[in-house]
Design a protein around this ligand. Sequence first.
Ligand code: NAG
Ligand code: NAG
Ligand code: NAG
Ligand code: NAG
Ligand code: NAG
Ligand code: NAG
Ligand code: NAG
Length: 357
Amino acid sequence: MHLLLWRRNVFDLFFSLFFFYLKCNSITAVGHDVSVKKGGNITLFCHLIETEENLIHIIWQKQTRETPKPETFLIVDKDGKTENKNDLLDKFKFTGNIKEKNGSVQLLGMTLQDDGIYTCISIFPNGKTQTDINVTVRVPPVGNVTGKTHVWGHSDIILASCVASHGRPAAEVFWRLGALNDSLRTETSSTEHTDGSVTSVSHTLGAPSKDLNQKKIQCVIKHSTLTKELELDYIINVHYPPDLVVISPDDPTQTQEYLCSVDCNPAPTSYIWIKLNGSTLRSEGNKLFIPKSSTDSNGVYICTASNQYGSASGFLYVNNTGSTDDCWLLFGLVFSCAVLWISLAYILSSGRKMHRV
Ligand SMILES: *[C@@H]1O[C@H](CO)[C@@H](O)[C@H](O)[C@H]1NC(C)=O
Ligand SMILES: *[C@@H]1O[C@H](CO)[C@@H](O)[C@H](O)[C@H]1NC(C)=O
Ligand SMILES: *[C@@H]1O[C@H](CO)[C@@H](O)[C@H](O)[C@H]1NC(C)=O
Ligand SMILES: *[C@@H]1O[C@H](CO)[C@@H](O)[C@H](O)[C@H]1NC(C)=O
Ligand SMILES: *[C@@H]1O[C@H](CO)[C@@H](O)[C@H](O)[C@H]1NC(C)=O
Ligand SMILES: *[C@@H]1O[C@H](CO)[C@@H](O)[C@H](O)[C@H]1NC(C)=O
Ligand SMILES: *[C@@H]1O[C@H](CO)[C@@H](O)[C@H](O)[C@H]1NC(C)=O
């Protein structure tokens, strides 16, 4: 019984408070929260409804991160005369009309320091009403992607970092790894600065294998101030020792010149050519020259390529027989034909030119 009575009292109390609230607010100032991009202008609407009473004053106050105590920056009297309490004349403009109970104000060139709560206070002969407007200043983040060259290895390390610095609110940062989705992972964190802006960082981690070398990944930054997402490409660079060495003809039609091709990063610092049981050979960097006709050059050639991480070798077996001379002959014939065609074409075209003249 007691409990029931108590509950009822609480219920009644709640309702009387609710009606009291409505009564107090029968004069209502209407305003809505706004957000503005840094550097932009914004109008704060403050309009009184449901009242016949005349306004005596409209007062605007602001509370910011730096000045948490409400600070008056504008007073408008009943004749519409404005008084600026701060030396911030160029920072705002009264655009309302006190006769029309419109207290709107325009804020110019918003900075992050202007972010805060703005209060519109309307003073009547018998009281006042006020409304708070949250003003959020949005700041585009500055994007950057960084990384360095890694030496191949098996342990997980940070391969690249993508930073969206000093954005407000926090920017969304993530990586598009494409085919590397399964071999790499990402870690994202953010720190808030004292001015309310946030720096978000996303790292890509993985073991720097040679397969990752020269692979492209993409960092994406999304923010409400950016009309489209910011895409920052990054190319992974991994250093590794020579792995595969292949010696092949430089030009398939001309087997006199061979090339030593190496899979390594960075490019080999040296190429060493030797011939097994060998006489001297002619080479230049990654190129080997073998005189075509002579059978003296038959044998096994080795190319050893090195960079600062190691070295590896490849082999070439040469066995020139008489039959290659036929090849030469054939090639010579094709060459002559080509020369003939070119000469013929030239004669024809100059003939045509002469005709035109
Ligand atoms: C803000 O208002 C000022 C003064 O009216 C004007 O010069 C400026 O161009 C405006 N800025 C923007 C971003 O609209
Ligand atoms: C109040 O004044 C502003 C600025 O002049 C105007 O844009 C707005 O429409 C006015 N509000 C009302 C309800 O008249
Ligand atoms: C306005 O700001 C206050 C204080 O930061 C917060 O409690 C309130 O939820 C905000 N209102 C809106 C609509 O965001
Ligand atoms: C990105 O960061 C690096 C290292 O901090 C810096 O050298 C570079 O200038 C930055 N790039 C941009 C576009 O801010
Ligand atoms: C990347 O991998 C995650 C899970 O590891 C998966 O949910 C996602 O769909 C993958 N994205 C692409 C583009 O393959
Ligand atoms: C190199 O010479 C040695 C003896 O001088 C011989 O045993 C070996 O088979 C030769 N190797 C080649 C590839 O000719
Ligand atoms: C070269 O090839 C011929 C026949 O194809 C063979 O008889 C000869 O032994 C080979 N020479 C060498 C050095 O392997």
